[in-house]
Design a protein around this ligand. Structure first.
Ligand code: COA
Length: 160
């Protein structure tokens, strides 16, 4: 398995994997991924096994210390000079879970963010994943203002 930067040609495979891993109300659209790949390819990585994309991590860069729903929008505030690396999505093909692929993607993005001089990692997650992210050094900052997909999310922040 290798981890590499996203490429424009990955668009269809990424959209498909996202729709497998998230409910329809939460899954990012093809148009959204098109925007993300064009706008922040330096913070968008894929895990590839035998030529197939089996995992994804991506998110914009911002000065904000929490994720807001506006951040997901094209005009939402990607700032290449921002101090926080956001994570919009971390997902692994169900056939390849529980073998550390998400952990490798997470560490890859955290290393890249550190090297780029970011100060914080920020993400939102559902309650059952709080413990998982705490394992990477994230701290639970409570219920998020985000209502993305109609779910309850928790703000998680890690120092880099
Ligand atoms: C959450 C998600 C990304 C985790 O992916 P993953 O590749 O299975 O993650 P990891 O393998 O790093 O860790 C998962 C668990 O497997 C364990 N694990 C890792 N390597 C292992 C191995 N070799 N053998 C056994 N267990 C292992 C981890 O310790 C972890 O245990 P925990 O659940 O008790 O914390 C994946 O389940 C997913 O895509 N879910 C749907 C999308 C989603 O909700 N994403 C998160 C919100 S953005």
């Amino acid at each position: 398995m290798i981890i590499r930067r996203v490429e424009p040609n990955d668009l269809d495979d990424i959209t498909k994997l996202e729709s497998i891993c998230f409910p329809e109300a939460e899954a990012a659209t093809r148009e959204s991924f098109e925007y993300r790949i064009a706008t922040f390819p330096d913070s968008f990585y894929v895990a590839v096994e035998d030529g197939e994309i089996i995992g994804i991590v991506n998110g914009c860069v911002t000065d904000s210390l929490v994720i807001s729903d506006e951040l997901f929008e094209p005009e939402g505030g990607h700032n290449p000079k921002g101090r926080s690396q956001a994570i919009f999505g971390l997902l692994v093909d169900p056939r390849y879970r529980k073998s550390g692929i998400a952990a490798r993607l997470m560490n890859h993005l955290m290393d890249a963010a550190r090297q780029a001089g970011r100060e914080k990692m920020i993400l939102t997650c559902k309650e059952y994943l709080i413990k998982y992210y705490e394992g990477f050094g994230y701290v639970n900052c409570g219920v998020s203002k985000s209502t993305h997909g109609g779910a309850v999310w928790y703000d998680m922040v890690a120092d880099l």
